[in-house]
Ligand binder design. Sequence first.
Ligand code: MLT
Ligand code: ZN
Length: 475
Amino acid sequence: MEERQPYGSVTAKTLRDLAELVGPRNVSGDPEKLAAYSHDEVPSASLPEATLAQALVFPESTEHVSLVMAYADRHRIPVTPRGAGTGLSGGAVPACGGILLSFEKMNRILELDRENLTVTVEPGVVTAEINRAAAKHRLLYAGDPCSGDASFIGGNVAENAGGNKVIKYGATGAQVLGLEAVLADGSVTWFGGKRRKDVTGYDFVHLLAGSEGTLAVITKIILRLLPLPKHTTDLLAPFGSVEEALGFVPRIVIEAGLLPASVELLDRRAVEVAMRYLNAKLPEPDAAAHLLIQLEGNDPEVLADEVEKVGDLCLAHGARQVYVADNRTARDKLWKARKAVPEAIVAFHSRYAKEDVVVPTGSVPTLMVALEEVDRAWGVEHIAYGHVGDGNMHVTLLPPEGPEGPEKLREARHDLYRRVAALGGTLSGEHGIGLKRRDDTPLFLDEAQLALIRRVKAAFDPKGILNPRKIVPGN
Ligand code: MLT
Ligand code: ZN
């Protein structure tokens, strides 16, 4: 990276210049608005180097983004792209002030192409709108993050968001075929397109997906669509121990020969906190673990057979009962409980470390044993829930009471990270690194990789203006 000059300052003139470029209605320097847009779902006080944006820009087009980037490049002003603010890593929280690009005005579904099975969207479209638009044509957009009713697709792509269907369909990046992007100097280019295959040069599409706005600003997205499965059934299986529940998960593929759309785990504390928050009841709330398994198919009789097969297997592997939800109301009730867990934790606990670790699926049982050891070593407690089918556990550590609580929590997190690394796992499966986990990446990436990340960043963004200070120390 070229020698870093200090960033240019944002002044009243900058706001006037920006207003001239993109129109006054698309620029704000209002301190209340700046504060409202300068955070995501992570409390900013817990983030290293969190700052407030100094200018807000609401682009209406690729051309607007291009003009703003060219201006920022000339004046060396940092630019942070932001989606709906549902992020869980501080990825869209400015670390050096500057301009914040917010995409709510670029919110059009531009084209749904049934011949090519693609949908082309702007980054400010709410994710669930894409699911609905595809479903109207009996097609599936397979991205399904828990925050999908609010999140923007641009943020999903930037963070390579995961969600509940990754085991079958892959994370957001796996759905992306093409990206229009504005580079740091304001030039506009397309990576990928509607084609399903492409080995002409490096795979920039999947370098940008998950790059957290540090390499380019995404302005259009081409997503793949699939046929929409005609029928869906969810099974809820309470188990007497977490080990039994986890031991059962691989049997779905190995013994039943089926690939579910979702396999989610809720341990006892996760069920408890969600029930309390929703003032609702799940069956067998005292069970050590619940598995929520989703199966899909086109033929109702075949699906019913598969549901029975998986249900029988659950019972043979220690499930106390199996509850089958084959209508919308029953299914929604189960998913409401599952999706409420993170909000419920935040509602009832003032201090916690919400993690997003991922290990190879075969190592999840060892991870859970390691977690018990972490609890004992540091006096913490844990809540475990999440995407156990793909090895991505949202382990939430709760500190012990007393003044030493925060320090114990910090130690427990690092102990957990060391154990995750030893299992061949990593720091974040879907929430991203952002500011929240930036200083922990060296535990998981060696010097060669850290240096390569910084060189890739410098190649895309030689002046270091795109979402600076994110992902690895020194970026
Ligand atoms: C989830 O799986 O519930 C989401 O990733 C959100 C979260 O854990 O906070
Ligand atoms: Zn998740």
